[in-house]
Write a protein that binds this ligand. Structure first.
Ligand SMILES: Cc1cc2nc3c(=O)[nH]c(=O)nc-3n(C[C@H](O)[C@H](O)[C@H](O)COP(=O)(O)O)c2cc1C
Length: 199
């Protein structure tokens, strides 16, 4: 399968980078063709210009490439830390610019944008790996775990990806090397369960 991995973290020494590296290694072991897009390393510009908003707009070559990779992937993996209950801005900007009408979703005929769109992404499965420093009960009761709704409903649900596995690793700032090793082993397990070895 052709799997696209999107990583949003500015520090190559971060645990997020370790998660993405382990996911890539597991995908290769399982015989998949995987592309890693490290948004910060490539200097992805998250600002959606006005001229790109209309359906069918002419897009810069790098944005076209991101759109084609995302629309054509058989599976998607997103890796990012919890920043203010949101993905880092570079990743929300990637969603703004890449999840476009015509490639990621489409309004049905006669709908000017007020209705429920149809998802267009080819991928039927996605994994979201998150990290945070908030204890689980506080995340649920005080903040309502906004990343769960953002990815499962607002983005992948709308773009036609029904099967979304999300795993939040916590608490990173006090974690031991043993915990981090176990989390990376779990990352490999989740990736293998979702995208098993090619026959
Ligand atoms: C700008 C910023 C905002 C953050 N907001 C939150 C937050 O809302 N909730 C939380 O639990 N942690 C928050 N954190 C902590 C990060 O989630 C944490 O540093 C990260 O998950 C650790 O993973 P890493 O080692 O890969 O950086 C924030 C960190 C930064 C830099």
């Amino acid at each position: 399968m052709h799997i696209l991995v999107i990583l949003a973290h500015p520090d190559p020494k971060s645990f997020n980078h370790a998660i993405a590296a382990r996911a890539m290694e597991t995908l290769a072991t399982n015989g998949h063709r995987a592309i890693l897009r490290d948004l910060c390393a490539e200097g992805f510009d998250p600002l959606l210009p006005a001229g790109e908003i209309p359906r069918g707009a002419t897009l810069p070559a790098d944005i076209e490439r991101h759109c084609a990779e995302t629309a054509g992937a058989d599976g998607l993996i997103i890796v990012h830390p919890n920043w203010w209950g949101m993905p880092p801005a570079v990743l929300t900007g990637w969603v703004d610019r890449i999840m476009r009408p015509g490639t990621a979703y489409e309004f049905v005929e006669g709908d000017d944008g007020e209705g429920v769109p149809q998802g267009l992404l080819k991928a039927q499965k996605a994994i979201v790996f998150n990290t945070s420093n908030t204890e689980a009960n506080r995340e649920e009761t005080v903040f309502g775990d906004p990343l769960e709704r953002i990815w499962k409903d607002c983005v992948f649900g709308l773009c036609g990806v029904p099967d979304v596995t999300r795993r939040m690793f916590r608490i990173i700032c006090t974690s031991t090397p043993e915990e981090r090793k176990a989390w990376l082993d779990e990352t490999a397990r989740i990736v293998s369960e979702t995208f098993p070895a090619e026959p």
